[in-house]
Design a protein. Structure first.
Lengths: 288, 357
């Protein structure tokens, strides 16, 4: 049937050859990164496969409304944030890449804490993330990228389990002015499931201060079970991309606080309502 | 004197820092340009022998730092090119104290003297992308109007901020003069010899654990081209000058076939702080900051205004790698051969296993 020395039909031979070529390119530095430090090859061949296994088999994620994402050109994807550790952000990026017809990359915006930490900062940059600041957001949008932002920030990821699915404040709506400046559509996203992966029962504030962290979580498993506490609970995830909100007609209103705050409220309202609808559809947090 | 000059008469140029690589090359190229009359190289040191031949056609004036004011007034230049800026402490030139003296006091004197030259119509200053400082809250890409968020720790970076401050003062006092500030990225290429090129030429390269900074380089020939254009054409303003594109440090280390040796950041900073005053090595906090934060700038303004784009960071780095192949530990060709050998081995093994026994 297939030739032992590399015939067209020999899948394993192609895989071995591709794997070796990948290793050689990595070892000789023959790959490209963009000015933000995004390493497309590493992201597609290493990060996404790991996240794919996580969201398919562990979280059993279901995805709706992918047709609401722009096929090409700039867009601002705004989602709720939860889960003590920001797993929802990286999972959203992998899901968007896998489900989008053009397999687009979501360029995540992270807090400065992310870029302060060694190793984490480099993983964030290599997977396409950058600092959540006006300059970087506008630069990415001007370059026609899909940008992912979580306006709740640490207020969202660090909230208690009893406050789950209650959207926190959206701050001063910096993400809205960036979208308005670029005339990029805003796509609200609701993520259900991330709240239950590390249910945070309490926050040891003095310890957080000591470690200069925004909070120090206590979950049913952490810190009691040590490293085992880092295993996320297998909650059922539902993700819905909502219809885009166009902003092209508002480009000259980017510094108008009324327009910005109203639009931020509108996005928040859409996400909150979609969260309620998705929750009603999910029988329980840990169903199949 | 200057009032008598014809409008089309060749301009007289003064290049400071003529005993350094950039200064010597810029001055020698201007000396053979028919658009310029007198080309004077000014420095407080004699040029090293390897640059002496280059400077044959340049009129050299040696002045101690204290005598710069009078020397410049005597030369009465119409174009002042200030390149006497030290990027790292040189033990032969007074270490960090000498570097600061040259960068700060030297610049103050050159600008004060230039301000008093009535016929001066242009000032070109060599600055550095270190002007953006280094902070975790920095945007990924610096444009010319980005303000530094924190005062940098490195001596050179702080000097650069001061120098640019003095240039802003000069611009206010001499609004009639064209002022060009060129923020150069770290220089690289086959001939470049800087702290960073020496660092990258080592077979084993110490890196900061958990950090993979994004770096940008400027080919030294492109730096000279931009400096020459800044003198021969009028480009008022501040410009980033760097090779487009980015290499991470790990990528650069691999492309050069070197071995990285990660060290935790506090240890590296402490070593740099200890080594600085002792002049044990030339690695200082400037280098540590670059290795933690990296530095990437936007060169759109340069391309638009100068009509010139330096060769890319990757190309400039390739030129450096070719010239320093002797320090290579892992060779791309060897890896390609190894890949083929392993692939052939796996194919043979699978063919043997598949053969009917």
């Amino acid at each position: 049937m297939s030739q032992p020395d590399g015939g067209d039909g020999d899948v394993w031979d192609q895989r071995v050859a591709a794997g070796l070529a990948f290793l050689r390119r990595r070892l000789t530095g023959q790959y490209e990164i963009d000015e933000f430090g995004f390493d497309r090859e590493l992201t597609e061949h290493v990060f996404y496969p790991a996240l794919r296994a996580l969201y398919r088999n562990w979280f059993r994620a279901e995805v709706f409304g992918v047709e609401n994402l722009p096929l090409d050109g700039a867009g601002l994807v705004v989602a709720n944030h939860s889960g003590t550790i920001a797993v929802d952000a990286v999972v959203l990026a992998a899901i968007l890449h896998d489900h989008h017809p053009a397999h687009r990359h979501l360029r995540l915006l992270g807090a400065d804490l992310v870029f302060r930490l060694p190793v984490i900062s480099e993983l964030a940059r290599k997977s396409g993330g950058t600092l959540a600041c006006q300059a970087d957001t506008e630069r990415l949008l001007r370059g026609g990228e899909l940008v992912g932002v979580f306006p709740e920030g640490f207020k969202g990821v660090g909230k208690r389990y009893r406050d789950r699915y209650k959207l926190q404040r959206f701050g001063r709506g910096g993400f809205v002015s960036a979208a308005l400046t670029a005339g990029a559509p805003i796509v609200p996203v609701a993520i259900v499931g991330a709240e239950e992966i590390y249910p945070m029962l309490a926050d040891i504030t003095p310890l957080a201060r000591l470690l200069r962290l925004p909070y120090f979580p206590v979950t049913p498993a952490f810190p009691w079970l040590g490293p085992l506490g880092a295993v996320p609970l297998p909650s059922k995830w539902l993700i819905e991309f909502c219809p885009p909100i166009p902003t092209a007609h508002l480009t000259d209103r980017a510094d108008d606080p009324i327009v910005v705050l109203n639009l931020a409220d509108q996005v928040r309202e859409v996400i909150q309502q979609t969260l309620h609808r998705l929750l009603a559809r999910r029988p329980g947090p840990f169903t199949r | 004197m200057s009032a008598e000059r014809q409008p089309n008469a060749p301009l007289s140029v003064l290049v400071t820092g003529a005993s350094r690589y950039l200064g010597a090359h810029v001055a020698s190229r201007l000396a053979v340009d028919p658009r310029f009359g007198r080309v004077v190289g000014l420095d407080s040191f004699d040029p090293p022998p390897e640059l002496a031949a280059l400077l044959e056609s340049v009129e050299l004036v040696r002045a101690e730092p204290g005598a710069m004011l009078d020397a410049i007034a005597d030369i009465d230049p119409q174009v002042l090119v200030h390149l006497a800026i030290a990027t790292t402490p040189d033990p032969h030139r007074g270490g960090r104290a000498g570097m600061k003296e040259q960068n700060i006091v030297g610049t103050m004197q050159v600008l004060a003297a230039g301000q008093r030259v009535a016929g001066l119509r242009k000032l070109v200053v060599r600055s550095s992308t270190a002007a953006y400082g280094a902070s975790f809250r920095d945007p990924a890409v610096f444009t010319e109007d980005t303000e530094p968020r924190e005062t940098p720790r490195g001596g050179f970076a702080r000097d650069v901020l001061d120098i640019e401050g003095y240039v802003r003062g000069f611009r206010r006092r001499r609004p009639d003069a064209v002022v060009t500030v060129l923020r150069l990225a770290p220089l690289i290429g086959a001939t470049a010899d800087t702290t960073l090129t020496r660092y990258l030429a080592q077979p084993v390269i110490p890196t900061v654990f958990g950090r993979d900074p994004r770096l940008q380089f400027l080919h030294v020939d492109d730096a000279l081209e931009v400096l020459h254009r800044a003198v021969t054409e009028d480009h008022d303003g501040t410009f980033n000058v760097a090779g487009p594109g980015v290499l991470t440090l790990s990528q650069a280390v691999r492309r050069a076939g070197r071995i990285p040796a990660p060290i935790v950041e506090p240890a590296l900073s402490a070593a740099a702080e200890l080594a600085g005053p002792l002049s044990v090595t030339r690695y200082g906090l400037d280098q540590v900051d670059l290795l933690v934060h990296g530095r990437v700038v936007d060169v759109t303004k340069l391309a638009k205004e100068f009509g010139f784009v330096p060769r890319s960071t990757a190309e400039a780095f390739d030129d450096f790698v070719r010239a320093h192949a002797d320090g290579e530990v892992i060779n791309g060709f060897q890896l390609a051969v190894a890949e083929q050998v392993i692939l052939a081995g796996i194919r043979r093994l699978r063919a043997t296993l598949r053969e009917p026994s």
